[in-house]
Design a protein around this ligand. Structure first.
Ligand code: CO
Length: 289
């Protein structure tokens, strides 16, 4: 009698838990989404790069919903005043979670794994600790990450260089950062040197500086150079720091040093060869979802 009672009770518990499990599964059908994360820009002419990046991702993932988030609070605030509302990564992921996205591929559209990327990793880690959130989030690495990424990026950049004579240089303006990942910029000079002559990477806010670049150009007797940004968007830095009218713009500093310069205002997000590298990184992380 007593034994029969216990087995009946066990039976009820088993049925109960299996019912709970099945209703739980019914609540959350798998829904995959993509979130593209960039620093952002307020320069209208620079937005073409972000539009192009979006279109290339859309082409690679025609059946998946794709959204944007900007990491820069300053840019989001400025855009809001202009009537454009772009979410931060944490808000964008939270909204997606609320809308039932169970698996999210968060793609860093940054150039290096610097501060913005590190914050993104921390954001995702924190969100995963909140109950009833997405089941899985995978972060896609930025443009430069592993050795192979640098190799393909160098080739993609070279494909977008203008035709130049043997003694004409190509100057690239990287952003630069106080973060350890600034090493990618001087490293790029090494990788470029393996492929072609006279490519000089400088940075606005890190090492090498434009002074370092000018010293190298002089040492190599360069009289003429082309210059383009090594940033996803040709925004404020390209317009002002690179080719602006100010005395300390790279254009004017190079001209003062006796070097003839031609500016190319084009972000790497406008270069399909480069954008396809970000898309490949997104495919890698999407496959892991
Ligand atoms: Co900046």
């Amino acid at each position: 009698m007593c034994r029969r009672y216990i087995s009946l009770l066990l039976c009820f518990i088993l049925i109960g838990t299996s019912l709970m499990a099945s209703t739980h599964k019914k609540e959350k059908p798998t829904k995959k989404g993509i979130l593209l994360v960039a620093f952002g820009t307020t320069v209208p002419s620079a937005k073409v790069a972000l539009v192009n990046m979006y279109q290339k991702v859309e082409k690679a993932f025609p059946d998946t919903e794709i959204r944007w988030a900007y990491t820069s609070a300053f840019i989001r605030k400025k855009l809001k005043k202009q009537g454009e509302d772009i979410d931060s990564p944490i808000v964008a992921i939270s909204k997606m979670a609320d809308e039932g996205f169970t698996h999210i591929a968060v793609q860093s559209m940054h150039t290096i794994p610097g501060l913005e990327y590190e914050y993104l990793e921390q954001t995702v880690k924190s969100i995963m600790e909140i109950p009833k959130g997405p089941r899985k989030i995978e972060i896609g690495r930025p443009l430069l990450y592993a050795h192979e990424d640098i190799e393909v990026t160098v080739k993609a950049m070279i494909a977008n260089f203008p035709e130049r004579k043997k003694d004409e240089a190509m100057i690239l303006m990287g952003h630069g950062t106080p973060h350890i990942s600034n090493v990618f910029y001087p490293a790029m000079n090494y990788y470029f040197a393996e492929e072609c002559e006279h490519v000089y990477m400088g940075t606005v806010e890190g090492y090498p500086s434009i002074e370092d670049v000018i010293a190298k150009l002089k040492l190599n007797g360069i009289k003429k150079a082309f210059m383009m940004p090594f940033m996803s968007v040709a925004g404020d830095h390209a317009k002002n720091d690179m080719c602006g009218e100010g005395e300390d713009s790279w254009y004017n500093m190079l001209t003062a040093a006796g070097i003839e310069v031609e500016c190319i205002i084009k972000g790497t997000g406008e270069m399909n060869e480069v954008v396809s590298i970000w898309v490949e990184h997104l495919k890698d992380s999407f496959d892991k979802l």
